[in-house]
Design a protein around this ligand. Structure first.
Ligand SMILES: Cc1ncc(COP(=O)(O)O)c(C=O)c1O
Length: 398
């Protein structure tokens, strides 16, 4: 498997002094934090300081925010998908004249249980998002129907079904399953919880990104000073735009340089940064980093990343696998960490960059850099995890 890395700069990156864009406003992030921090089982995810890895790669510091333990779901995704379920239910209850502003706490207490039971949420997913929507639907008491495409693994399908959702496999790739979810919702009066914004579908993707902003809010409270760089994986860009916007709002001019991480086969943000406008990448988008197999960046995410991203790092799958193994079998001084393919990608990107002095210089990586990585998933498919790493997640942590 190929293990190469590329860096794409953003000639339109905003100056440090520039104000954050209007898309994804502070009050949306604050409302999401208030709600999500009240859910049962909420606790900030840990940040690990990978000293051994930083020394080996020639960096000052590597901080790894581990989203694997998030709500016991294996990835950061419940922050967005489940939060959006609560928001959709609240809006629907208001529209039906049942409750003006139902909070997650109202829904959790079963205050409008009968009406909520009759509401169906639908979504398309390559795994993690669907699991978080199904989890949210079960927690708040509504029905969920989740569409998956041909190559979503049986393990990821079963993980969604575990939360009581009906899971339907449809022909084609991820984008086909999204079209399917919208068409079925239109026909049956269901509500779509999808993270890709278009001109007439912005409210739910904004809810999802506001939920993801909890990651950035936690980081600001957990670190003593802003890192110099942050690298965030992008599929449709929901997570990356949320972290970018929130750091911009909370840290202003001292915010880190913001890098988007993408697989070479689905580098739609990188292509858009190079073109100066949203462009779709086509062809075979499948990568081991399943959550990143997206051909086009969400409109809302693009409104932030077009100037908020300082560049993109694009990697081949081989580096993601190398990164997973490095997390599992760490250098002396670092803890063993269970990170899935997308998390391995973040570590693999740094490993790949460290082998290319000219790219290290281009990004400004060196001994005085502190780099924040978001480990966006744990072993979201334990069978695949064991095939790649050679040991089960429990054995790594034993
Ligand atoms: C583990 C993981 N990391 C990153 C992403 C990318 O998130 P987004 O699609 O919001 O860019 C996903 C999306 O599914 C994911 O599952």
């Amino acid at each position: 498997m190929i293990s190469s890395v590329r860096v794409i700069g953003n000639p339109r990156a905003a100056a440090r002094e520039a104000p954050p864009p209007d898309a994804l406003a502070s009050d949306g992030f604050e409302a999401a934090y208030r709600e999500i921090s009240g859910w049962p089982g909420y606790r900030p995810t840990p940040i690990h300081n990978l000293k051994g890895l930083a020394a080996e790669l020639g960096l000052g510091k590597i901080l790894y925010k581990d989203e694997g333990p998030r709500f016991g779901l294996g990835s950061f995704k419940p922050l967005g998908g489940a939060y959006a379920v609560a928001r959709v239910l609240a809006r629907e209850l208001a529209k039906r004249g049942i409750a003006v502003n139902a909070t997650a706490a109202d829904l959790l207490a079963g205050r409008h249980a009968e009406a909520v039971r009759g509401i169906t949420i639908t979504s398309a997913t390559d795994g993690n998002h669907g699991r978080s929507v199904a989890w949210g639907a079960r927690m708040f008491g509504c029905r969920a129907v989740i569409f998956i495409h041909q190559t979503v693994s049986e393990g990821r399908k079963a993980a969604i079904e575990r939360y009581g959702a009906e899971v339907i496999r449809v022909p084609g790739g991820y984008d086909d399953s999204v079209r399917h979810a919208f068409a079925e919702a239109e026909r049956r009066g269901w509500h779509v919880v999808q993270d890709t914004a278009t001109a007439d579908y912005r409210t739910v993707p904004a809810d999802i990104s506001h939920g993801y902003g909890v990651i950035a809010g936690e980081v600001v409270a957990q670190v003593s000073e802003p890192p110099t760089h942050v690298l965030v994986q992008a599929g449709v860009g929901g997570a990356a735009s949320a972290v970018c916007a929130r750091f911009w709002q909370l840290w202003g001019t001292s915010r880190p340089a913001f890098l988007v991480l993408e697989p070479a086969k689905a580098a739609c943000v990188a292509a858009s940064l190079a073109a100066g406008k949203r462009v779709e990448v086509t062809g075979d988008l499948e990568t081991v980093m399943a959550g990143l197999s997206c051909g086009v960046v969400s409109e809302l995410a693009w409104e932030v990343l077009a100037t908020g991203a300082d560049g993109a790092v694009v990697i081949d799958d081989g580096l993601a696998l190398e990164g997973m193994r490095r997390l599992a079998f760490p250098l002396p001084g670092d803890p063993p960490i269970v990170g899935g393919e997308c998390s391995g990608g973040a570590v693999g990107a740094l490993i790949g960059l460290s082998r290319e002095p000219s790219l290290m210089a281009q990004i400004g990586f060196g001994k005085s850099s502190s780099v924040l990585l978001i480990g966006t998933e744990g072993a979201t498919d334990p069978v695949i995890y064991k095939e790649i790493v050679g040991k089960a997640p429990e054995e790594i942590l034993a």
